[in-house]
Design a protein around this ligand. Structure first.
Ligand code: HPA
Length: 267
């Protein structure tokens, strides 16, 4: 696995003339519009990168974008990999591993989720301050010591100083933020009414099908993380669909983009 990670990173280095991103960004469903703000230097299709998984979900483009955003050198994943697509947990986090070898010192993640906290509204931005991972853990299997410890501490995985920065930027920009715990389930089914109750009962404010594996891998490698979840639907809604999630994601992505750019500029 380590050789594959290094090989993919070396391939990318060759294609980007050694561009060194400082921040990695993973864009969730309907949230790819942030890319329009990047001063793009290089773009690489996932399909071209050795051992990279290829995204299959509608609404997820599959490419790595290198450039400047908010005055920082960044690499953005336009389209991510989900466990429900049939990838192994290790494949899901492969790009995060590769980004570490490209040099990222921080990881920003976005996703779409269903709100289980009754005070949330569709379109809210929830800063993730903790998670409950109910997707098979990507660290199961032999530990690669060069990447990180066997038993990583998950306290503080969502970096408190990045959360504080988000609060400061949101205040300046007039962006309303919610804060809460994201529960990662496998999907691909949306939750039954009782499953939404369950998520709430165990301490979840929002539920989705991504993010927790990537945060675990990043934390394993000592990368400070920041995550925002767009509340695209509510547990109390009568129904939910991928189309609703995409549409609501697109509506809220402008605010998320402003938040990310504002934060990057202050890092
Ligand atoms: N449940 C799970 N995943 C989701 C949801 C949801 O309600 N909304 C967006 N992604």
């Amino acid at each position: 696995m380590l050789e594959k990670i290094k090989h993919a990173a070396a391939f990318i280095d060759g294609r980007t003339s050694g561009f060194r991103p400082e921040v990695g960004i993973i864009l969730g469903t309907g949230l790819g519009g942030l890319v329009d703000h990047i001063a793009i230097r290089h773009s690489i299709e996932y399909a071209d990168i050795p051992d990279f998984p290829v995204s299959t979900v509608e609404g997820h483009k599959g490419r790595l974008i290198f450039g400047e955003l908010g005055g920082r050198r960044i690499v953005a994943m336009q389209g991510r990999f989900h466990y429900y697509e049939g990838y192994t947990p290790q494949q899901v986090v492969f790009p995060v591993r590769v980004m570490k070898f490209l040099g990222i010192a921080r990881l920003f993640v976005s996703n779409a989720s269903g709100g289980t906290n009754p005070t949330f509204r569709v379109g809210d931005l929830m800063v993730i301050n903790d998670h409950i991972n109910l997707i098979p853990n990507p660290l199961i299997g032999p530990n690669i010591e060069e990447l990180g410890p066997r038993f990583p501490d998950m306290k503080g995985a969502y970096d408190p100083s990045l959360i504080a920065l988000a609060t400061e930027i949101a205040g300046k920009e007039g962006i309303k933020l919610q804060y809460g715990c994201y529960v990662g389930l496998t999907g691909p089914t949306f939750e039954t009414p009782q499953e939404y109750h369950y998520v709430r009962a165990i301490g979840g404010d929002a539920v989705g099908m991504s993010t927790t594996p990537e945060i675990i891998a990043a934390r394993h490698m000592g990368i400070p993380c920041f995550g925002v979840s767009i509340i695209t639907d509510l547990a109390s809604d009568d129904s939910v669909s991928h189309e609703v999630v995409q549409e609501q994601g697109r509506r809220a992505e402008k605010e998320m983009t402003r938040l990310f750019i504002g934060m990057l500029a202050e890092l």
